[in-house]
Design a protein around this ligand. Structure first.
Ligand SMILES: *Cc1c(COP(=O)(O)O)cnc(C)c1O
Ligand SMILES: [Zn+2]
Length: 450
């Protein structure tokens, strides 16, 4: 081995895994297998969700942990990505030159004693995915989705989304030399959320139809024009999002927390976390599973209702919440997420708009900050400790999914007591912090500040 080869480029470090990865239908009654390079988003037989499965290369858990730790010292692009550092645990590529990385992941674990107290806990750790290149965990998944698109020789990628998915896809497409197409319902655009996608050069198409109709349309176009779809059901995005759990465990020297708490929208992240934790356990890297708690906004809580009633999933036709990243009425990945919550002995909870807003302000006051959807975690924890489901002394990791600057309008309105929930319900500014108008007069300002 040449000494000029960086650590991450050692034989084994860049080793491909051709023939050892497959796609398989998630439905227990189907489980049909497909080639990893088949362009599929759902099972052609039963329409079930697809997942990637692997035959790993046989390296032991301690070797893997050492390898991941060593890579933190390497400046090689793959090693300095918080996703590709863990590539032996998501070995779907046969050639790593397809990778597009913006050094995603590498997000901190943050202690927040004041937020812990608010949540009814002795301590809490936030895993803050808002530190990602485009400000949300979507980057962890998108680096994998973009790599798969390049491997399939796709020139264009598309998604239907107005939020963090479009921002992330636009960035990774641009960085990887692909054209990004974003489809939106006409007249339903919030340019605040689209600003990043526009800046990254995505072609944005407004269609005279609703979200579901557009998704159907885009599927037809994808077939006709050879466009690769990077929507929520894309199984490679889920593979990338697994790294959030691997990195969290690595940062804790593989000590397993009692609980992992996250917000639930389309439930792709819940699916990814559960898969990651099961796979880490099966590989002997951890010896138990943390319990997963999924928190939904009460106005968009079909998964919570399903969990509580023990019934089939009933889509919410008009989901409403100011936490727009989880404003999802018909979550794509619910079968996977249900499996993961059950397997981990987890729970599903829902929280009100007021609870989200106050928890968000508390996370802000801890000097951390996050977007509204992320704050559902702390709001949910407060409820779950109150109900005795989560123990006060529990070791809890809450995943903050998006950056505080994603929704500044919400912040300003909250602190100036102008925030209204859908339906015109006023949100109380319980932890508000307004600016104060003062005269240009040192004496009077000094008096005020005394
Ligand atoms: C996408 C997103 C969510 C929801 O994640 P799902 O995987 O759809 O459940 C939550 N918070 C933020 C900030 C997001 O961007
Ligand atoms: Zn199937």
């Amino acid at each position: 081995m040449s000494s000029t080869v960086p650590a991450g480029m050692r034989p084994g470090g860049l080793q491909a895994s051709a023939g050892r990865a497959e796609l398989v239908c998630f439905e227990p009654s189907c489980r049909t297998r497909f080639a990893i390079t088949d362009v599929l988003y759902n099972c052609p037989k039963c329409d079930g969700l697809l997942e990637a499965i692997y035959e790993y290369d046989g390296r032991g858990p301690e070797d893997l942990k050492r390898l991941f730790r060593e890579r933190r010292m390497s400046n090689a692009p793959l090693d300095s990505s918080g996703v590709w550092r863990y590539r032996e645990l998501l070995p779907f590529l046969d050639d790593y030159t397809h990778v597009v990385t913006l050094r995603e992941g590498n997000t901190p674990l943050l202690d927040a004693p004041l937020a812990a107290r608010y949540g009814g806990l002795d301590r809490i750790t936030f895993k803050h995915q808002g530190f990602n290149p485009t400000g949300s965990f979507k980057d962890n998944g998108m680096t994998c989705g973009a790599a798969q698109a390049r491997r399939l020789n796709m020139k264009r990628v598309a998604c239907v989304s107005t939020g963090n998915t479009s921002a992330s896809m636009a960035a990774y497409a641009a960085a990887g030399g692909m054209e990004a197409l974003i489809f939106l319902p006409h007249g339903n655009i919030s340019f605040g959320k689209l600003a990043q996608a526009l800046e990254y050069g995505a072609k944005t198409l407004e269609v005279e139809a609703n979200f579901d109709e557009i998704l159907a349309l885009v599927r037809v176009l994808a077939q006709k024009l050879g466009i690769y779809l990077l929507n929520s059901m894309n199984p490679f995005r889920v593979e990338g999002q697994k790294s959030i759990m691997f990195e969290m465990l690595d940062q804790r020297d593989w000590r397993v927390p009692d609980w992992v708490v996250l917000p639930g929208g389309n439930l792709g992240n819940t699916s990814a976390f559960g898969k990651a934790l099961r796979e880490a356990r099966d590989l002997g890297m951890i010896d138990k599973l943390p319990r997963i708690a999924v928190i939904q906004a009460a106005g968009a809580a079909p998964f919570y209702r399903m969990w509580k009633d023990g019934a089939a999933l009933q889509a919410v036709t008009k989901p409403e919440t100011l936490a727009t990243a989880i404003r999802i009425g018909d979550p794509v990945s619910w079968p996977k997420a249900l499996h993961e919550v059950r397997t981990s002995n987890g729970v599903v909870e829902q929280v009100s708009e007021q609870e989200i807003a106050d928890a968000k302000a508390q996370i802000g006051r801890a000097g951390i900050g996050c977007e509204p959807a992320s704050a559902a975690t702390l709001a949910g924890i407060r409820k779950l400790t109150d109900a005795g489901v989560i123990d006060k002394a529990a070791d809890v990791v809450a995943v903050l999914t998006g950056n505080v600057l994603k929704d500044t309008d919400y912040i300003y309105k909250y602190h100036t007591n102008q925030l209204e929930a859908p339906g015109g319900v006023k949100i109380r500014s319980n932890f508000g912090n307004r600016s104060i108008v003062v005269p240009n007069d040192a004496d009077r300002i000094a008096e005020m500040l005394r």
